[in-house]
Design a protein around this ligand. Structure first.
Ligand code: HEM
Length: 392
């Protein structure tokens, strides 16, 4: 008798072609699936949304089932908090990281983007290396108020944390580099928080140290952890979204022609890109009890992966889901998450992407993706290298 192949999610390194076919099959045939490690996966839009909407039964604190997480770090990290602590922490950081902060950054985002486009080589270049990667890390450094002399250090921490360094390294070397970069970054940001608390100097780090609610303030560790979270959550996601949007335009030249003529459609275009290629292709939770979902039961204390990529392609929610449709209304994609952990940096991501796309169209009369892109194969989804040929 032939052995039954265990089901496995295909790699993302081909840009997702195989994964998308697999996800559709899972949505249709096995909407709740436990992999060989017992990790539970859900795929349909309604189920993914339900997991994200229920922090009491689906906790964000994965330290509950994965030993090795420093409990002090976990309790300082907004993304791994559950109610009621999450609410207070989110309210405190939201006092400092406001829509006004983001609007105030507009002119600098445009300036940084222009400098990067001016510095890009003539003809063919790697769009990720020259534009999509440096733009968000520079913006976050400015947002936090990292001094220009420390930017190179800050950027090297980001590269190490996000695994975007060019050299091929073993898994053990990678884990070591990651732990070192995390420690260095935490030490640096904690020292910055202490300094600003003492001298009252500014930037978002300064504003975070000053935020107060019902007499409670953020600790230096919380300020440093949130600042580090901004760097990881708000960097590669935008890098990927920019690259993925160029791929969507490569595949839909009529959409690019339209956007070049009608710039008011640019925001709808990157929302659609975010739906089709969400940079975080899944979110992770831990079940706190047995939970009925997707026609089955997720046992207590299991890791749960809710696939935003699959949800965003579910034809139960989106008509003609694989089509890049700039006129799609409504477009309730889950690319920024859902519920209490809904992306806090959404406004910044939207502003940055809108400015970058508009300036790309202004600067280059032609912008063509050439050759085959290289893709991440990790918790991130999107191109890590994307050669374009550009004409000014
Ligand atoms: C949360 C996606 C940009 C800061 C999230 C979540 C997603 C997401 C899916 C929810 C995670 C979960 O439920 O477990 C994205 C995408 C971005 C982006 C696709 C860009 C295209 C940014 C930026 C920042 C940022 C620019 C800030 C500079 C955060 C923070 C959280 C978060 C702080 C945690 C919120 C909480 O736990 O309450 N993001 N993000 N993100 N994002 Fe973003």
């Amino acid at each position: 008798m032939a052995a039954v192949e265990p089901l496995r999610m295909p790699p993302l390194s081909d840009g997702g072609d195989e994964v998308l076919t697999w996800l559709k099959r899972m949505r249709d045939e096995q909407p709740l699936w436990a992999d060989e490690r017992g990790v539970q996966h859900v795929f349909r839009y309604d189920d993914v949304q339900a997991v994200m909407s229920d922090p009491a039964r689906f906790s964000s604190n994965i330290g509950r089932v994965m030993p090795g997480f420093d409990p002090e770090q976990v309790s300082a990290n907004l993304a791994s908090q559950d109610p009621p602590e999450h609410r207070l922490l989110r309210q405190l950081v939201s006092q400092a990281f406001t829509p006004r902060t983001v609007t105030g950054l507009r002119p600098r985002i445009a300036e940084i983007t222009r400098e990067l486009l001016d510095a890009a080589p003539e003809g063919e270049f790697d769009f990720v290396e020259h534009v999509a990667h440096p733009l968000p890390v520079t913006v976050i450094a400015e947002l936090l108020g990292v001094s220009p002399g420390d930017r190179a250090f800050f950027r090297s921490c980001a590269d190490a944390l996000l695994g975007t360094r060019a050299e091929a390294v073993s898994a053990a070397e990678h884990a070591k580099a990651l732990a070192e970069a995390n420690k260095e970054l935490q030490e640096y940001l904690s020292a910055e928080a202490r300094r600003r608390r003492a001298d009252g100097s500014g930037g978002l780090i300064g504003a975070l140290t000053a935020a107060e609610l019902d007499g409670r303030r953020l600790t230096d560790l919380q300020v440093a952890t949130f600042s580090g979270l901004l760097l990881t959550a708000g960097h590669i996601t935008i890098t990927l979204l920019l690259g993925s949007t160029l791929l969507a335009l490569r595949d839909n030249p009529e959409a690019e022609a339209r956007l070049r003529k009608d710039r008011s459609a640019v925001p709808a275009a990157f929302e659609e890109s975010l739906r089709l290629r969400p940079p975080f292709h899944r979110v992770v939770r831990v079940s706190t009890q047995d939970v009925e979902v997707a026609g089955g039961v997720i046992p207590a204390h299991r890791l749960v992966m809710a696939s935003t990529l699959s949800a965003n392609r579910d034809d139960r929610q989106f008509p003609d889901p694989d089509r890049f449709d700039v006129d799609r209304r409504p477009n309730r994609h889950l690319g920024f998450g859902h519920g209490i952990h809904f992306c806090l940096g959404g406004p910044l991501a939207r502003v940055e992407t809108e400015i970058a796309l508009n300036l790309l169209f202004d600067e280059f009369t032609e912008l063509e993706v050439t050759g085959e892109p290289a893709f991440h194969d990790s918790e991130f989804y999107g191109p890590k290298q994307l050669t374009v040929s550009a004409r000014r």
